[in-house]
Design a protein around this ligand. Structure first.
Ligand code: ZN
Length: 498
C-alpha cells in the first residue's frame, strides 16, 4: 500500500502515539509528523561491510567475466535517478572505525568508541533507530550473512557497551525486531549457550516462527514475525556456499533473504525499516582473499537488484546502499607489459573453487603443512601454481614461525598468502585491517537527495528520521569530552575484528 492510501489522520495517530511513548512533546510531534509524513514510508538500508572503493571497481569487470553482465550497483550509479555521495566514518576514539561504532553512528546519530553499540563512554544508553521507528509504527527487519547478533545489525537495534556479548544481543532483539535472518544460531540454541536458555523457544512463545532451512525462505509461508537462523556461526562465504551442494540446500542467499523480508515487512500498514548486510565482504578483506571477497560482493549485488525492484514498485521507500568502512583497500594492479595481463589475472580469481578457509582446512587435514602440501592445497582451491619458494614461506608461517613481511600488517598467514597470490591474481592489499577511507553511498527513492555529497555518517540517523517525520535527538559526546574515558573503555576480542 502506498502512503497516499493512508489518511492523514491515520498517519497522525500512528506518529503521535509513537512519539508520546518516546517522551516528546505531543504538539511538536504532531507538527513534525504532519509536515513530513507523506515523504518516506519505509527505509531499506544496505551495507556491504568493509567495502573499500576498490571492491565495486573490481566487482564490475569480475561480474562481466563470470556472469556476462554488469553489476546492479554499477548500473544504478549511472542512473540519473540515483543519487551518489560519500560517508566520512571516523569513530569517537579512532580515525578508523569498527563496524559497531559505524553502525551505531547510523543507528543513533552519535559517534561511540570502537566496540560499543549505541552507548556513550560515560555509560549513557542511546536510543537506537529501530526503537524510534518502532514507536512510530514501523516494522523492523535485520538481514545479514554474519551472525545476526554481529555489530552491524546490532547497531540499528541495541544499546549495549560491548559488541562481543552476542549471547546478550540475542536476547535484546525480542519484541524489537520483527524479521531476523542470518547466521548465529549458537547464540539462541540452549545446547550452545552457557546459561542453557532456550531463546528459540522464547521467541516462538512471543509469536516468532523459527526458520532454519533455505526452503522455508523460498516457500510460501510469510509469517508476521520470523527468527531465521541458517548457520551456527557466520553464513559461509558465497564461494564455499556455491560449491557445496549440502550448504546450497540448507542456506539461503542474501538476495533470497532480502526478497522474503521485503514480502513480510511490506505488509506493514505504517511501513518498515530493513537493514540488509553483506557482512562477509569485510571478512574476506581481512583475510586478503580476493575470490571470497568478489563472490560475496556479487551476492550483495544480487540483493541490490531485489531492493531496487522493490523501490521502483514502492516509490514511498528510501533505499540507501553503502559501506561502514574500508578494509585492506584491495585493488587490481597493472600487471605485465602495458598492463595487458590484468584481465588474465582477474580470470584467475574466477577459477577459484573455495575461500582461503578451504585452503586452511586442507592443510589442517594434511597434518604438518609442508611446502608440497601447501602447493597442492593452493592449486586445488585457487587453480594457481605457486613456486616452491613461495610455498616454503607459507608452510613456515602455517607452522607458527614468524612471517617475513616488511609491512608488519602483512605478517600473518592470510597476509602472506594474499601477498603471494597477488603475484598471480594481480590483487594487492594495503594490510589486513579496516581503513579510514570515505565510503560510497548510493540512494534511490523517496528522500534520496539527502544523501548527495559528502557527509559524516552519523547524519544519516537524523536524515532518516526527518524523512519519516520524526523529531528526536540522542545525546552526543565530542572526542575531546570522551578522552578521559579511554582508559576504562572495554577491550574488544581480537577474533571479532575479523
Ligand atoms: Zn572488520
Amino acid at each position: 500500500m502506498a502512503s497516499s492510501d493512508l489518511s492523514r489522520r491515520e498517519l497522525l495517530q500512528a506518529g503521535v502515539a509513537a512519539l508520546a511513548g518516546s517522551g516528546l512533546l505531543l504538539r511538536e510531534a504532531s507538527a513534525q509528523v504532519r509536515r513530513r509524513a507523506s515523504q518516506v514510508k519505509s527505509i531499506i538500508f544496505m551495507v556491504s561491510d568493509g567495502m573499500s572503493l576498490g571492491v565495486p571497481s573490481m566487482a564490475e569487470p569480475f561480474s562481466q567475466m563470470v556472469r556476462g553482465r554488469s553489476t546492479n550497483w554499477f548500473r544504478l550509479l549511472q542512473d540519473p535517478e540515483a543519487v551518489t555521495g560519500l560517508f566520512e566514518t571516523r569513530s569517537l576514539d579512532s580515525l578508523v572505525t569498527d563496524s559497531s561504532a559505524a553502525s551505531s553512528a547510523w543507528g543513533s546519530g552519535s559517534r561511540v568508541f570502537n566496540g560499543a553499540l549505541n552507548v556513550l563512554p560515560d555509560g549513557t544508553n542511546l536510543t537506537p533507530l529501530a526503537h524510534v521507528m518502532r514507536r512510530a509504527g514501523r516494522k523492523i527487519g535485520l538481514v545479514t550473512t554474519t551472525t545476526i547478533t554481529h555489530a552491524t545489525p546490532a547497531g540499528f537495534a541495541v544499546a549495549h557497551p560491548r559488541r562481543d556479548d552476542e549471547h546478550i544481543i540475542a536476547e535484546l532483539y525480542l519484541d524489537v525486531v520483527d524479521v531476523l535472518m542470518g547466521g548465529g544460531r549458537r547464540f539462541f540454541d540452549p545446547q550452545q549457550r552457557s546459561d542453557r536458555r532456550d531463546l528459540i523457544a522464547e521467541y516462538q512463545r512471543k509469536g516468532y516462527v523459527f526458520w532454519e532451512r533455505r526452503e522455508q525462505v523460498r516457500g510460501r509461508e510469510r509469517p508476521e514475525k520470523v527468527l531465521g537462523l541458517f548457520y551456527s556461526g557466520h553464513v559461509p562465504y558465497t564461494i564455499d556456499h556455491r560449491n557445496d551442494p549440502k550448504l546450497w540446500e540448507t542456506v539461503p542467499t542474501l538476495a533470497e533473504m532480502t526478497r522474503t523480508a521485503l514480502e513480510i515487512l511490506s505488509r506493514s500498514r505504517h511501513g518498515f525499516l530493513l537493514q540488509i548486510e553483506g557482512g562477509r565482504v569485510d571478512h574476506a578483506a581481512h583475510a586478503n582473499d580476493a575470490a571470497a571477497l568478489l563472490w560475496d560482493q556479487l551476492a550483495f549485488d544480487d540483493a541490490i537488484a531485489v531492493a531496487v525492484d522493490f523501490v521502483r514498485r514502492h516509490p514511498d521507500t528510501l533505499l540507501v546502499i553503502t559501506s561502514d568502512h574500508g578494509n585492506s583497500n584491495p585493488g587490481l594492479n597493472g600487471m605485465g607489459e602495458e598492463y595487458r595481463d590484468s584481465a588474465k589475472c582477474l580470470e584467475r580469481v574466477a577459477q577459484a573453487k573455495g575461500s582461503y578457509g578451504a585452503i586452511q582446512q586442507l592443510l589442517r587435514d594434511a597434518g604438518t603443512p609442508t611446502a608440497n602440501k601447501v602447493r597442492e592445497a593452493v592449486r586445488e582451491v585457487t587453480g594457481i601454481e605457486i613456486t616452491p619458494e613461495e610455498a616454503e614461506v607459507i608452510a613456515s608461517v602455517a607452522q607458527g614461525k614468524p612471517a617475513p613481511a616488511l609491512n608488519r600488517a602483512h605478517a600473518n598467514l592470510t597476509g602472506v598468502l594474499g601477498e603471494i597470490l597477488s603475484n598471480y591474481n594481480g590483487i594487492a592489499w594495503i594490510g589486513t585491517q579496516h581503513t579510514g577511507d570515505w565510503t560510497l553511498v548510493t540512494a534511490l527513492g523517496a528522500g534520496k537527495e539527502m544523501f548527495a555529497g559528502i557527509r559524516p555518517h552519523k547524519e544519516a540517523f537524523y536524515q532518516m528520521l526527518n524523512l519519516v517525520g520524526i523529531s528526536f535527538r540522542n545525546p552526543e559526546m565530542t572526542p575531546e569530552q570522551a578522552k578521559r574515558y579511554l582508559a576504562r573503555a572495554p577491550r574488544v576480542q581480537k577474533v571479532h575484528w575479523v
